[in-house]
Design a binder for this molecule. Structure first.
Ligand SMILES: Nc1ncnc2c1ncn2[C@@H]1O[C@H](COP(=O)(O)OP(=O)(O)OP(=O)(O)O)[C@@H](O)[C@H]1O
Ligand SMILES: [Mg+2]
Length: 598
């Protein structure tokens, strides 16, 4: 058909809705979000979500809210029909989740939607069927008070969008995340999520957020969270922060809510990072659920169509107040000693060893980065047969001058701070981080076992039970499967718990529970990981990390000797699986230079 150039026409309503849908609806979880927000705005105390095939085939949200009259229900499907605002002023003081009157017509334009609703004051409800934005059927229907909206075949008429939907587990994961967030903000509302007929989340009404945290994340998690409230100049803060020893390997458990809405914010992430940096080990992330309340006119929530991105008018003010709240909360819990962070000259016995550790590590990193520029270790020609030759890197000139490492004649001298082994060869002093060294040794051992006859397993005398988060529970089958190859024996035990019956034999002294939780987080965070080998490797690294002695734990002389022997059997032993340095070398010439002997 020929298009007449230059002629302006109004887009038919249908097409306008479809375009708006492109902004509001990205994936099944966006539909869940819009429908659940509507249910919350309708004062529901019970919200059930049902999904099939990650929501790609069906999403159904059932609430017990105020419902709609027939006229309102018809109107609700029209663009810009909303009961929530009437004027520009209302927009400034909005307290409902929705306000654009865009969600329902957008969703209806790209799916097969059925709406059944009834208000308290009528006996019969209304049922409306609408396909791709066209109303197909309106009739009376018997139904309870409240609203039930079913959205089938999402994007059936936008094939490009449908094609880009991810796998069932990824889409389900997004839905779980959203329901978890909504559940945290509204403890007084019961939430249920059922996927393919199986209950994924079931949270009864409760009084407090911490009760909700308990239901959603389990007893262990809730037991490691400390709550505090702060009232500042322009913001109110409700903080739920994890103890510093309860850290995670990623930011999955850092959630921010602004005026009860989940948001993403680099600013808040940075405030969190800054507050926790001195008390938690490098590469670990604090657990933190932050609720911020502030005057809505101080925030622009409308910068993003799904309302997740916000802009604060006074960024610096928000940052300072949040940082202050976090520090006060941590001080109140005695996370931070009153005395300033220790310097090398004034170590204080009352200071927890975390800050000191962080400090040492950073100087280690400095040292290493200086070392970077220097040539690397080169194998001794005709050296010990025990040592596999690391790849020799071609480095110009200098490498010839570097003294070679003399593995044969290593002597253990002492241990510093119960953390570093000091050893000596004819020409060098070696500082070895015992934890990282052992991690490396165990990791190597596990990998070798994996490639050969499988990781030997050891039954636990007392099986350990671990509570699962909904996201972890959703991938439990593949978790059991992946871990079975690695010496773990797990069994699902009722909906939200697993029993650990056996672990890799090397885990003898390790923290099994912590390792399992972390491994399940890794699997849940990437349910689609096609690269199974990479995932397996991550699991091995985590296992190794939790199997090894921690800094501060005492090793016997024999254990130390054994550790070093095994360490020098792996190649190249200078960095751990996480990429942290294991050994710092200082040669005699360097010392002599420092003491001005030369
Ligand atoms: N579950 C429900 N119970 C009662 N009324 C509802 C429900 N869902 C929608 N409505 C009514 O339909 C109207 C339109 O809903 P829709 O989600 O499209 O817009 P909105 O919530 O006002 O704004 P937004 O587009 O920002 O979500 C709402 O304003 C509300 O009056
Ligand atoms: Mg809405």
């Amino acid at each position: 058909m020929q298009r007449e150039m230059g002629k302006i026409r109004l887009l038919p309503e249908n097409i306008a809705n479809k375009i708006a849908a492109g902004e509001v609806v990205e994936r099944p979880a966006s539909v869940v979000k819009e429908l659940v927000e509507n249910a919350l705005d309708a004062e529901s105390s019970d919200i059930a979500v049902e999904a099939r095939i990650g929501g790609k085939d069906l999403i159904r949200v059932i609430d017990n809210g105020i419902g709609m009259s027939r006229e309102d229900a018809m109107l609700a499907l029209e663009r810009h029909a909303t009961s929530k605002i009437q004027s520009m002023q209302d927009l400034e003081t909005i307290t409902t989740m929705g306000f654009r009157g865009e969600a329902l017509p957008s969703i209806a334009s790209i799916s097969h939607l059925e709406l059944i609703t009834r208000t308290r004051d009528v006996m019969e409800g209304t049922k409306i069927k609408i396909e791709g934005g066209t109303i197909k059927d309106v009739e009376q229907a018997g139904c309870p008070v409240g609203t039930r909206i079913s959205v089938a075949n999402l994007f059936f008429n936008v094939p490009a969008r449908r094609k880009f939907l991810k796998t069932t587990s990824t889409e389900l994961n997004h839905i779980i995340k959203y329901i978890t967030w909504a559940g945290l903000v509204h403890p007084q509302v019961a939430f249920k999520l059922v996927h393919n007929g199986k209950i994924v989340i079931e949270a009864r009404r409760c009084d407090t957020i911490i009760d909700r945290i308990h239901t959603l994340y389990g007893k262990d998690f809730a037991g490691n969270i400390l709550k505090s409230d702060w009232d500042f100049e322009t913001i109110k803060l409700r903080l739920f922060i994890g103890k510093p020893e309860f850290t995670k390997a990623n930011r999955e458990y850092q959630l921010f809510f602004l005026n009860r809405r989940p948001i993403r914010s680099k600013l808040l992430g940075a405030a969190l990072g800054k507050a926790f940096q001195p008390v938690i080990p490098k590469g670990r992330y604090p657990v933190a659920i932050l609720f911020i309340e502030m005057d809505p006119s101080e925030v622009d929530v409308n910068v993003h169509p799904a309302k997740t991105e916000v802009r604060f008018r006074d960024e610096r003010g928000v940052f300072n107040q949040v940082s202050h709240g976090l520090l006060m909360a941590m001080r109140q819990q005695e996370y931070i000693p009153e005395i300033p962070a220790p310097t090398a000259e004034t170590p204080s016995p009352t200071v927890s060893n975390h800050p000191r550790r962080a400090k040492v590590e950073s100087s280690v990193m400095d040292y290493l980065s200086r070392q970077e520029r220097k040539p690397e270790f080169v194998p001794r020609p005709g050296g010990s047969p025990r040592i596999a030759a690391p790849p020799v890197r071609q480095r110009p000139t200098e490498s010839i001058a570097l003294p070679l490492m003399d593995f044969e004649n290593i002597q253990i001298k002492t241990r510093l701070f119960n953390t570093y082994i000091v050893a000596e060869t004819a020409n060098e002093v070696l500082f070895i981080d015992q934890h990282i060294a052992e991690e490396r040794v165990i990791y190597k051992k596990l990998r070798k076992q994996m490639q050969e006859q499988g990781v030997p397993s050891q039954g636990l005398l007392l099986p350990i039970t671990v509570e699962l988060s909904p996201a972890q529970a959703a991938v439990i089958d593949s978790t059991v499967d992946i871990l079975a190859n690695m010496g773990f024996s797990l069994e699902p035990f009722g909906g939200k718990t697993i029993i650990v019956r056996a672990v890799p034999a090397v885990m003898g002294r390790g923290d099994v529970k912590q390792a399992i939780v972390e491994i399940m987080d890794q699997i849940a965070a990437s349910p689609d990981k096609h690269d199974r080998l990479k995932l397996q490797d991550e699991v091995l690294i985590t296992t190794a990390c939790h199997s090894s002695v921690k800094a501060g734990e005492t090793l016997s002389d024999a254990e130390t000797a054994n550790l070093l022997k095994e360490l020098f059997n792996t190649h190249p032993p200078f960095v751990c699986p996480h990429g942290r340095p294991i050994i710092i070398r200082m040669n005699r010439a360097e010392l002599e230079e420092k003491f001005q002997r030369k």
